[in-house]
Design a protein around this ligand. Structure first.
Ligand code: BGC
Length: 367
């Protein structure tokens, strides 16, 4: 493989119940880092990277074939989520004096809400792939028609994955609409940097360069406050072991059953990206940085992972694994959850003539 022209492998990833075939593509770089991506949901299936001794392992929870991803218990493993990532209160919002009703496909604390774009969100659609070996990238496109999952406007969405020889994987989402709508596309991989997916992520060391976060209520909807992290278990401004305070008596942590909140990011720097998170696994030495141009980062500590969801009638995880509680974490850069209902939050409205662009960069290293 020459660095000016990469080879992108394509293979089958199985068939959906309606007979459509899903494909899986492999990007690789000069250091042995690989990313496997399927056109089902523009989903990141695996990310393999070396530890401090050069041992390459898969850092992502997921399934061995498309049936698992299409299964009813898939908790959005690796997904490209849309149209709106995270929760919308009561599955309702008003835009330009018109009320919109969305699916209430989640029930948090006994209160129904809309989650991650609805029943058949972007993560359950087959995207059209264009391979770009000259830049080691794949671009996926999808047209979401007016009214799909209750959202207004026909939306043309594009997601590009690119891997370079600095061990950076980028995920870039771009979209335009023909009518005003709301949009918050989110990338949703579940990481365990140890590569051992049966172990807890509570020993990972996390740094979030954020002095505020969004407290949530019993239904996991932001209260509207941008609260200071100082003196609370939400303070990750210094690298801190995730498990150290996760079970503290702290109301919003108790409502969410652990970490499942949006932290407020600083403004992007001159390159348009700012550091959103740095996480390290002390055992393997693997480290991942997340950079973004978004206003928030959702840190979710895998509190809803449950082995029963990977047994019996439900697809098992990779290699037959039934993933346990808190064995993976998500760091999802995003607009603020429930922004369509919260006038004080940065707007997530997209109008005709505007271009939505969500840039995300994952940087892998080991020390
Ligand atoms: C949310 C969690 C949710 C998970 C899987 C995360 O983005 O914050 O509350 O359980 O996605 O759906």
């Amino acid at each position: 493989m020459k660095s000016d022209h990469y080879e992108i492998l394509t293979a089958t990833f199985g068939h959906l119940k309606d007979g459509r075939e899903a494909l899986i593509y492999t990007l690789s770089n000069a250091n042995g880092v690989t990313a496997e991506i399927t056109n089902y949901g523009a989903t990141l299936v695996s990310l393999k990277a070396p530890d401090r001794d050069g041992t390459i392992e898969d850092l992502l929870h997921g399934y061995d074939s498309v049936d698992g991803y299409a299964g009813s218990k898939n908790p959005y493993f690796g997904a490209s989520v849309g149209r709106f990532g995270n929760r919308i209160k009561d599955g309702k919002f008003t835009l330009d004096c018109k009320d919109y009703i969305l699916a209430t496909n989640n029930d948090s604390g006994g209160i129904p809400c809309h989650l991650h774009g609805g029943v058949d969100g972007f993560n359950r659609r087959i995207w059209t792939a264009t391979l770009r070996p000259e830049s080691n990238a794949i671009t996926f496109t999808y047209v979401s028609v007016d009214g799909e999952e209750g959202y207004p406007g026909t939306l043309c969405a594009e997601i590009t994955y690119q891997l370079n020889d600095n061990n950076d994987l980028t995920w870039t989402a771009v979209a335009t609409t023909d009518a005003p709508t709301v949009l918050n596309m989110v990338h949703h991989p579940y990481w365990n940097l140890s590569g051992d997916h049966s172990t807890s992520i509570n020993d990972h060391i996390l740094m979030l360069p954020c002095d505020r976060y969004l407290p949530t209520n019993v239904g996991l909807i932001p209260t509207g406050e941008l609260a200071s992290v100082i003196g609370t278990p939400m303070d990750f401004t210094q690298p801190t072991q995730i498990g150290l305070r996760v079970n503290d008596q702290f109301e919003t942590l108790e409502f969410a059953g652990g970490y499942d909140h949006c932290w407020v990011l600083q403004q992007p720097n001159v390159n348009g990206l700012a550091l959103a998170a740095r996480v390290k696994d002390p055992k393997s030495g693997r480290m991942m940085e997340v950079h973004t141009n978004q206003v928030g980062v959702q840190f979710y500590g895998g509190n809803f992972l449950s082995p029963e969801d990977f047994q019996g009638e439900f697809a098992s995880g990779k290699g037959g694994l039934a993933y346990e509680y808190r064995t993976a974490l998500c760091l999802e850069t995003e607009g603020f959850p429930d922004a369509p209902n919260q006038a004080n939050f940065p707007s997530t409205v997209l109008c005709p003539g505007e271009t939505y662009e969500h840039r995300m960069l994952y940087r892998f290293s080991a020390e």
